[in-house]
Design a protein around this ligand. Structure first.
Ligand code: SAH
Length: 272
């Protein structure tokens, strides 16, 4: 019987932020390979007797694949554990190609991305009615090039909330691109380093101050940068931006709208 590789999102750090399914599969796996310093040892603590737990940081892609192929060909299962959600900057496709070539079955189990963990830590909603209904997940351009059409200065012109992965050492560049897109210096920016870890650091700042603020806090890695009007802390105390969800005069699938005279309006049947 052939085994299987499960590519599992471990969540942002807090070992309770893995899915029930991910935790079960780690507990059942014969080989557990986990990525880097951003996956807590606690996430891979509950394994079955005899299971092998290995850090993949020091291994080359070929070595990682070789181990996964060996175990699955012998009928075992592998838990390949990635930080956050594997679909964003997880470098999983290059592993999948090798698994496909070797005829190994695989499945992805999603996880809580650091972008959502950081939003939770900040108490933020990233899509605020009438301010922005869009979230852009991207990175600053460093040694890894960003394709044409995806430069931060272009993306920022939309005025949407921007989540920056892998960008902590490139903040001067980030700021100049946001300014080039017309963002004012007082636009809110929030940074969460090591979100949901015991040593998490939160910095509330602005486009004008964020580069200096991060330098002051010594933040150069493991940081999620969230920028845009939705990050304004004052929104937590303002009734100004309401969705239509609880609006009495707005019908959606689960509720009939009510006219001024109290009679029901036909339901549109769609999402809100
Ligand atoms: N797949 C991961 C991202 C991997 S790329 C996810 O979904 O979160 C690594 C980058 O993710 C880091 O440079 C940082 O920008 C971000 N990141 C990952 N874990 C983080 C955490 N706990 N707190 C803040 N940022 C984190």
């Amino acid at each position: 019987m052939a085994g299987k590789v499960y590519i599992i999102g471990a969540g942002p750090g807090d070992p309770e932020l893995i899915t029930v399914k991910g935790k079960r599969l780690i507990g059942e796996a014969d080989l557990i390979l986990y990525t880097d310093s951003l996956v807590s040892d606690e996430v891979v603590a509950d394994v079955k007797p005899g299971a092998v737990v290995e850090k993949s940081a020091g291994l080359a892609l070929e070595e990682i694949v070789q181990r996964m192929v060996e175990v699955t060909k012998a009928g075992g299962t592998v838990a390949r554990v990635h930080t956050g959600d594997p679909a964003v900057y997880g470098a999983i496709m290059e592993q999948i190609v090798h698994l496909n070539e070797a005829g190994v079955e695989w499945e992805i189990v999603p996880g809580v991305s650091s972008v959502f963990a950081a939003a939770a830590v900040l108490g933020a909603e990233l899509t605020i009615p009438e301010l922005t209904q869009t979230l852009i997940l991207t990175r600053a351009e460093g040694r890894t090039p960003v394709p044409d059409g995806e430069k931060l200065a272009d993306l920022a012109k939309h005025g949407a909330t921007i989540a920056l992965f892998l960008s902590a050492t490139l903040m001067e560049k980030v700021v100049s691109e946001l300014r080039a897109a017309g963002w004012s210096d007082d636009t809110p920016v929030a940074v969460v380093q090591r979100a949901t870890w015991p040593d998490q650091v939160v910095v509330r700042s602005t486009v004008g101050e964020v580069a200096a603020d991060m330098k002051r806090h010594g933040i150069r890695s493991h940081a999620m940068v969230l920028a845009g009007k939705a990050l304004d802390e004052k929104l937590q105390w303002s009734h100004e931006h309401k969705s239509k969800l609880y609006d009495k005069t707005f019908a959606h699938r689960y509720r009939r709208a009510v006219k001024q005279d109290g009679t029901a309006v036909a339901n549109s049947g769609g999402d809100r």
